[in-house]
Design a protein around this ligand. Structure first.
Ligand code: VGL
Ligand code: ZN
Length: 201
């Protein structure tokens, strides 16, 4: 068992990010057994769940004339437009069936406001609206995080960089992550995480 100040954060291991899902990440399902094994080692366990309304503004379907994976400008900055995914209450938004969700102390949902996307477990994509996770972790005495899940280059990356900026000691276990890898986004994410002081292993 790890010491009491350590939390495992399991990012978005949901059906839509696994093979057969709406925004499938190659090999997304392969990380499930390893995550289950790691959960048993941590005293604090948090899961995140991407949780969008059906008309979420990150969906290409809401932008006539634009296709999935195009980038558009939002009031808070550039935003990749995605296929509709992780719609609240849908099978696609459910956790992968093999994930041992009974371990979760806290499930934090994000991306539930129509007008703004939220990759990070800590802040929405304006980089200032908090999700509440920082307060939860600090009040439980946590200062050290291990992150795993989907996708390496989006939600894991944004969560890891925000956590490091907030002063947490952060490790990303890349063997238990898988990437979308749009136009070099995986390499950019790895470089960005390293520059932020995140340990990659
Ligand atoms: C994610 C794209 C859109 C992720 C979520 O979990 O990495 N990526 N929504
Ligand atoms: Zn999403």
């Amino acid at each position: 068992m790890r010491p009491e100040n350590e939390a495992l954060i399991v990012i978005d291991v949901q059906n839509d990010f696994c093979p057969g899902g709406a925004l499938a990440v190659a090999g997304g399902d392969q990380i499930v057994p390893g995550i289950n094994a790691l959960l048993a080692e941590f005293p604090v366990r948090v899961f995140t769940q991407d949780w969008h309304p059906g008309d979420h503004s990150s969906f290409a379907s809401q932008h006539p004339g634009l296709d999935p994976f195009a980038v558009t400008q939002m009031p808070y900055g550039p935003q990749v437009l995605w296929p509709d995914h992780c719609v609240q209450g849908s099978d696609g938004a459910a956790f992968h069936g093999g994930l041992e969700t009974d371990y979760a102390d806290l499930i934090i949902r994000k991306g539930f406001r129509r007008a703004i996307d939220s990759y990070s477990a800590f802040f929405e994509n304006d980089h200032e609206t908090p999700t509440g996770l920082e307060g939860y972790l600090r009040t439980r005495g946590v200062d050290t995080l291990t992150l795993v899940g989907l996708a390496t280059d989006f939600c894991v990356n944004f969560s890891a960089v925000d956590a490091a900026k907030l002063g947490f000691k952060v490790t990303v276990d890349t063997s238990l992550c898988r990437a979308i890898d749009l136009d070099g986004s995986l390499q950019a994410a790895m470089d960005g995480m390293k520059a932020a002081g995140v340990t990659l292993r």
